[in-house]
Design a protein around this ligand. Structure first.
Ligand code: SF4
Ligand code: MG
Length: 338
């Protein structure tokens, strides 16, 4: 009798969340925009991992990619230009129990947000950072970005971009405490999903550069990579990525690469002949900042009040008496001191 009763008990915690449970507003991205593929992969990941929406946060800055949190039915923060990573770090520091994702563009992360990006790598907090790299400022209508290829004509460089583009992979790999660095093109959905999933499961700062098509402003740039599988080099290893037979047959250039080999990872990040995709570097042994410096938590109303009063006391100002002002010598009047 008891056994039957237990079988009939409805456990609300076990409720299955379908894909729709993570789908937010209808996106306003252009048709064919690579951001849509990234959104689909991330929604699938949330569904497959059954992430509680109330314990999941997407943080962004400003740009086309930064509209991401609006399209997720989770918590989100569409913040200031370049400040996505810093905001995400604040959230994670205070609430290490949350799953914190960052969606940032090449302008947002690699230009105005560079200082936050570099120091966040060093601090190695447990965040999943997706760099939507379309090599252009899309939202502000085709201005040159730090990753625009040399010679590419933009609205701010009508004769072509003057400088060599910044390499987000080499930059990340050059910073002390880098712990997870990967690259993928969003037009390969299986690979995209697998890499974001590996990044999510990594304990530390996971940086995934996602080459993201912008058909509106950069159609020629991505066409070459998308239509020619020979331009891609798949990085494979038993401790890194393994690919399905289908992917392996389409993308025939494979390279065995141990993700613990940082020197080789740095060389691969600079490769020009082909576009390497997979995990460049992964090291789980690097300490995380939120573990080294876990803040003391005030939970009861009394503790919160005490913490607030202590903080206010730090900035307390002793009022200056009228005698001090009248004496004019910095000493209270009538003390007899010179
Ligand atoms: Fe996407 Fe480019 Fe359109 Fe922005 S401008 S939504 S990046 S296609
Ligand atoms: Mg961009």
């Amino acid at each position: 009798m008891f056994g039957l009763k237990n079988q009939c008990t409805l456990n609300l915690d076990d409720e299955y969340r379908p894909l729709e449970a993570y789908q937010g507003a209808i996106s306003r991205w252009c048709p064919g925009c690579g951001d849509s593929g990234i959104l689909a992969a991330v929604q699938r990941l949330c569904r497959d991992e059954q992430l509680p929406p109330e314990k999941t946060v997407f943080v962004s800055g400003i740009g086309c990619a930064s509209r991401f949190p609006h399209y997720m039915k989770t918590y989100g923060f569409h913040g200031l230009h370049g400040r996505a990573i810093a905001t995400a770090q604040g959230i994670k520091m205070r609430r290490p129990d949350l799953h914190v994702f960052v969606n940032t563009g090449d302008g947002d992360c690699c230009s105005i947000g560079t200082a936050h990006w570099i120091h966040a790598i060093r601090q190695n907090m447990d965040l999943t950072v997706m760099l939507h790299d379309n090599s252009i400022y899309g939202l502000t209508k085709m201005q040159v970005s730090p990753t625009t290829p040399t010679g590419y004509k933009t609205n701010t460089t009508p004769r072509g971009a003057y400088l060599k583009p910044l390499n987000p992979l080499a930059t990340t790999l050059g910073v002390v405490n880098a712990s997870f660095v990967a690259q993928v093109g969003e037009w390969i959905p299986e690979l995209l999903y697998d890499i974001i999933s590996k990044a999510f499961h990594h304990k530390g700062f996971s940086f995934v550069r996602i080459l993201q098509r912008c058909p509106h402003f950069m159609p020629d740039f991505f066409e070459q990579m998308v239509s020619n599988p020979d331009s891609v080099l798949l990085l494979t290893h038993e401790n890194g990525m393994q690919f399905s037979d289908t992917i392996g047959k389409i993308y025939k250039n494979h390279l065995e690469h141990d993700p613990l080999d940082i020197n080789r990872a740095r060389e691969l990040a600079e490769l020009e002949e082909r576009v390497p995709m997979g995990i460049f570097y992964r090291n789980e042994a690097i300490p995380r900042y939120e573990e080294i410096r876990r803040p003391r938590r005030a939970t009861t109303p009394e503790q919160i009040k005490m913490t607030l009063e202590k903080t206010f006391d730090k900035f307390g100002i002793t009022p200056v008496t009228s005698e001090v002002v009248r004496s004019g010598n910095g000493q209270p009047a009538g003390t007899g001191k010179p």
